[in-house]
Design a protein around this ligand. Sequence first.
Ligand code: DAH
Length: 360
Amino acid sequence: MDGLDALKGKYLEGIAGAADEAALEDLRLAALGKKGEISLKMRELGGMDPVLRQSTGAALNVLKDEIDAALRAKKAALGDAALDERLRSEWLDVTLPGRPRRQGTIHPVSQVMAELTAIFADMGFAVAEGPQVESDWYNFDALNIPPEHPARQEHDTFFMNRAEGDNRPPHVLRTHTSPVQIRAMTEQGAPIRVIAPGRVYRMDMDQTHTPMFHQVEGLAIDRDISMANLKWVLEEFCRAFFEVPSVELRFRASHFPFTEPSAEVDIRCSWEGGQLKIGEGVGWLEILGSGMVHPKVLAAAGVDPTEWQGFAFGMGIDRIAMLKYGIPDLRAFFESDLRWLRHYGFAALDMPDLAGGLSR
Ligand code: DAH
């Protein structure tokens, strides 16, 4: 029995001091494995006399259970310690606020679209949409620009490829937002009041022109709408958009195939000290084309020109964004330079509305 006590002391001590699971496994094999010390002693039982065999066998079983229990307890303790260590080293404070530099900003074009939509919505205009790949009929014919009309050349149009053997006129990337006038009137009829902001395309590239740019179309048709209504709407828009108490607009006689009469509109501004100020000074800046919708355009959209009349206008969104926010080069709008976006961008989730102040 002395031998067993010594074995017990040796193993329990070894288990208590084991540094990791590998050391524990070595101890288990040495004691309880097939050729382990306890197992060998069990094998010797067969040659003992029955009385001694019974007492030694019972003692061996107790010892075996003790060692087994000690091994399990130590294994669990080592596992807990490893988990504690992992939790300590992988600690993460999920309550830390996000890093502000990672927040995106709203592009000035999106900001200005939201601003002008808010202003025109306040005046009762809904938003209408049309496709950017447009048929030649919507982009030109329906707007009173027949195939040989010189205005077609002036638009520097991008044409889509035609399938071989297809002799129909090719689709185009819309050169202006005016085709949305036709689509909106065809769908909704008259009376109608809509704006149509969106992308347009022309083959042109310099400091103030890019092959893709943005326009907003305006259209108001009813029984007695006149140029006077157009003037009021545009003045009201400019005052609200440029956030100045008053603006002065100049209507210059012009020509567009889809309006009669037609006017280009300039806004009074000053360039003193290299700084642009809207609403004062001796300078004039062109911001849009407009006029009374041509009877042929109404008819093309299924609206009876003997019963209905109204105005339309088309304004360059990038242009008024440059004016309002003092951005000198149009090309930078579309270069996706993060430094530019951080400088000129607007806070996300801060939607402009008239009650809260437009640009804040
Ligand atoms: N579509 C013209 C352009 O892109 C702008 C324009 C002029 C739109 C007069 C109109 C309008 O609705 O009445 O140059």
